[in-house]
Design a protein around this ligand. Sequence first.
Ligand code: SF4
Length: 365
Amino acid sequence: MSSIHNTKLNSILERLSATDAKTVALQFPEGLKRQAWQFADELRKHGYSVIISGSPCWGACDLDVAALNEADILIHYGHAPVDDTKGVIYEYLTQDIIADADGADGEGGRLPTADEFKALLKEAVSLFGADFVAEASDKAAPEKAKVGLVTTIQHVHELPKVAELLKGMNIGGVIAQGGSRTPYAGQILGCSYGAARNTGCGNILFIGTGVFHPTGIALSAGVGGGKDHSRGNSATVVALDPFMKRVQLINTDRLLRQRFAKIEKARSAERFGIIVSKKSGQRREELARRLASLSDKAYLVSLGEITPDSLLNLGFDAYVNTSCPRLAYDDQARYPVPMLSPQEFEIVCGVRGWEDYAIDEFDNV
Ligand code: SF4
């Protein structure tokens, strides 16, 4: 077992010892499931009876609550909590973004050194535009230039370090608390961008991999401190990927074009399936019922795992997704028919204008 997993195991054992649990259920995300038996071995050595959850798991919104019928405690590995379900111990994973001074945690050269990271930051700052760079250069106005800092759970512990580096560039790094699904300051999820919104900054720096999260921030209603921008594109968002050692200015045009095409296609649908998730932290029944009330062509559909086959078998012409927002944006290509977000269905039904387009969030609908 790696040292990070060993540390996490010790933390789990310590927290278990504060309970009177005798039987524990282990739930691991898809990419880590193969590690579960090693944890089971160790827990058994400490006298616990263990059952491993084999169900798919993509986040803390996907708790195997049924396992709690067979165990005193559910240990959910890999994610931070998104709700207050009782009887669960969460152990999320951390990952550094800057190598130690001695290079000890440089992951074989994968992580940037402090100097490399500073160079990336400088490049990121330049993408916020000439006015911002000029503001940051004005030594008479200490840290007047501000940047909102956000990341995903595994890197949140590194944000104060990034803020410190920005301070050295006369820039104030703002780290804010998000909504109820993101308990750590600066943390965002694909269903919750409150930590970006609450910085009140019009310039947001996302640290991490991929463009889904930073694109979501750029399309999230209210991010940017109330600046008046069309289509929810209310902040300038720059993504800094420490592993690829790359920065990029986020452009939402491609996603908007794709979503516009799906909305137009869905207009000719005879019947819409409004999906209500069965997953513990993805169920938005009230929202689904409100959406269903907007059209006589809409039917509520209860689903656990949403797969291309399950949608094909149900036979609707289009679906509206009230479960994990990423399913509509990220996975559309896998589905046989348009999968709309709640806001997109509102556009189809004529109760929202395209100019008010916003990304779907659990905290903000
Ligand atoms: S983005 Fe999706 S998978 Fe992640 S926590 Fe939110 S609902 Fe769950």
